[in-house]
Design a protein around this ligand. Structure first.
Ligand SMILES: Nc1ncnc2c1ncn2[C@@H]1O[C@H](COP(=O)(O)OP(=O)(O)O)[C@@H](O)[C@H]1O
Ligand SMILES: [Mg+2]
Length: 376
């Protein structure tokens, strides 16, 4: 899959953009604060209908304007289609595919993307939320049903937390929780099972890629830790079985009910899951050097490409924001070698000069300046 044309209107600092990227490598060069990241953000927004950095969608609308549009002509083999998102200050966003309105869960997967932003370099040692987000962004694109469960889970948790607060200090009120517990389990079990399967497959890809980057000197493993699993516990294969997950979940609900009621907040559920990175069997959170973390993140990002290709039969587009300068020459070369011919890639960089000439020759180069983009 690739983007044949990207059209922005009043999106961030772009009053109007009409870009024809190359099917392979695209280099977006420009000084700070010119709109390089904004451009990648627009592509990611078209893929997942969420921004990684805007708190509110309205931030994406160019200042002083009422409405923003982002559209992409997407090619899959011989066929093309036009995906468009319209944002307004005074209403919900609209998603259109070839001109007809779509709900987000129907439109997910029309364009798929993997992004590597500087914040991702914290993935290994950062908070669990970052690792959950990676799984959610990946799985929402692969599987519309997953997104539906996730949206419902948010709603159930909101209601359940209100209920828990209301029940604080009412020891006999547990029965009132039953309804929300059932709904929590109904959404949480499929999410847990899907995450478990995804982490296993993603981990297999990541381990293979990591082995290639490190020349087989280190072994990377990803281990899914659902909130109820603790630090040791059974092999993760168990979490791929819905019946086993349901049972563990219900047990956990009973075990922690008193604590949940005392604290007035949900302590069980996929909102507390984590993914462990193990290097040669040891937890990378506590010992990995900066270089080891970067290699692990790079391996996972490349694994995401393979995962999505397996799930959707097409490679996603790859968005690399300012990360080339964060990787050393050999990792950078590896990254660009493996993706340049097979995956449509958008790379932002402040400086073109450090990039090898062989690479610059293969890329389509654009200069980004104050919300305008011109081919080199
Ligand atoms: N909604 C908006 N309307 C207009 N300009 C915006 C909006 N949001 C961000 N900007 C501007 O976009 C610029 C940042 O663009 P960005 O893509 O992050 O730069 P960089 O080229 O460094 O990646 C800043 O100058 C910021 O003021
Ligand atoms: Mg930037």
């Amino acid at each position: 899959m690739n983007i044949r044309r990207l059209i922005l209107k009043d999106f961030r600092n772009y009053a109007h953009l009409d870009l024809e990227p190359a099917g392979g490598l695209n280099l977006l060069a420009g000084a700070n604060a010119q709109g390089k990241t904004n451009l990648l953000e627009s592509i990611l927004f078209l893929a997942v209908f969420r921004s990684p950095r805007a708190g509110r969608e309205a931030e994406l609308i160019r200042w002083g304007q009422e409405e923003a549009q982002a559209a992409a002509v997407i090619g899959r083999g011989e066929t093309t289609g036009r995906l468009e998102v319209r944002l307004r200050h005074d209403g919900p966003k609209a998603i259109l595919w070839n001109g007809s309105p779509q709900r987000p869960q129907e439109a997910l997967g029309l364009l798929t993307a993997v992004s590597f932003f500087p914040d991702d370099l914290d993935l290994v040692k950062g908070a669990p939320a970052g690792r959950r987000r990676l799984l959610d962004v990946l799985l929402c694109q692969a599987d519309g049903l997953y997104r539906r469960h996730l949206v419902r889970l948010q709603r159930v948790l909101k209601h359940r937390n209100v209920q828990l607060k209301g029940l604080q200090g009412m020891p006999r009120a547990a029965a009132l929780l039953e309804v929300w517990n059932e709904q929590l389990v109904a959404e949480a079990v499929p999410i847990t099972v899907r995450r478990a399967r995804a982490v296993r497959r993603l981990g297999e890809w990541a381990a293979a890629i990591h082995g290639r980057i490190t020349g087989g000197r280190e072994r990377l493993e990803l281990v899914y830790r659902p909130f109820f699993a603790g630090d040791s516990g059974p092999a993760q294969a168990e979490w791929e079985d819905p019946a086993a997950v349901r049972e563990r979940f219900q047990e956990e609900l009973r075990r922690r009910q008193g604590e949940e009621m005392a604290r007035g907040v949900s302590l069980v559920g996929p909102q507390r899951d984590d993914v462990r990175f193990l290097i040669d069997g040891a937890d990378a959170r506590s010992f990995a050097s900066q270089g080891q973390q970067r290699t692990a993140v790079l391996a996972v990002k490349l694994a995401e490409l393979e995962f999505l290709r397996e799930e959707t039969a097409e490679y996603p587009v790859l968005l690399l924001d300012d990360v080339l300068s964060e990787l050393d020459a050999s990792r950078r070369a590896y990254l660009l070698e493996v993706v340049a011919d097979t995956v449509q890639t958008f790379v932002t960089t402040a400086h073109l000069e450090p990039l090898p000439a062989s690479l610059r020759e293969r890329a389509r180069i654009f200069h980004v300046q104050a919300g305008t983009v011109r081919p080199a």
